[in-house]
Design a protein around this ligand. Sequence first.
Ligand code: PT1
Length: 283
Amino acid sequence: MASVKNSHSRITLNCGDKSLSLDVPRIMGILNVTPDSFSDGGRFVGLDDAMLQAESLVVAGADILDIGGESTRPGAAEVPEQQELDRVMPVLEAVCSRFDCIVSIDTSKAAVMRAVSRAGAGIINDVRALQEPDALKIAAESGLPVCLMHMQGAPRSMQSNPRYQDVVAEVGKFLQNRLEQCVAAGMDQSQVLIDPGFGFGKTLEHNIALVEGLPSLTDVAPVLIGLSRKRMIGQMLGDDELDRTMGSVVAALRCIEQGASIVRVHDVVQMAQAIRVHAAITA
Ligand code: PT1
């Protein structure tokens, strides 16, 4: 199936002992281990539950499992380091011993990055783009691919009054600058992903502008996007529609058409079907 190739389709991510080619769109399945996690309502706190969820994501076709011990949805409070480690490490170790899949860790803390890179993590996913103390240095030392995300403000207050002159230009400039910092810290440029950060200090209009402006980001680096079940989908469907799955799949597919390389989703089966049909038609 030779679908339309985006400009990063020859890149392979070197995720420790595994690798991931970006020749086709890739699916990152969300495995949250935060009790206050949005959308899954904190159902996957226990290790057994987390393993069942991990298995279903892998069987459904996830290329990467994303494990996060800190909720970063709007309004969420920060989590102490030890609590984040207590949430993430047992799940990471169990997933790595039971499944042959790449695990990314959603964290901003250098100490968590160091611990997970020694325990088998394959990607560091940081919504704060390695701006926390020591994060850039520790991430570079890990040798793992990183995802740099744009956020305006902090999770607790970021949706109170998001403002931009030109959201696409400002997000692009920020990510380009963080990418340069990563290269200066010794990372291989091909191992850095960027993410516009849908819903992180953005109105619906900002989010839509970023979907349509995505090609200017894919010029900078391979793009990862996450909009699964977010408020922006609810806003487009009407907030009385509680099932955001189809809306999320359509929006993610549009991002793939716009050149996104990796989509971070809850609903892996539906996303995988959409990608397969889209690839067959556009081949
Ligand atoms: C994301 C992302 C993430 N999103 C990456 N990591 C979350 N790389 C966590 C809402 O508006 O997009 N990219 N890690 C989850 N964060 C949110 C933000 C959840 C906004 C919900 C909303 O509903």
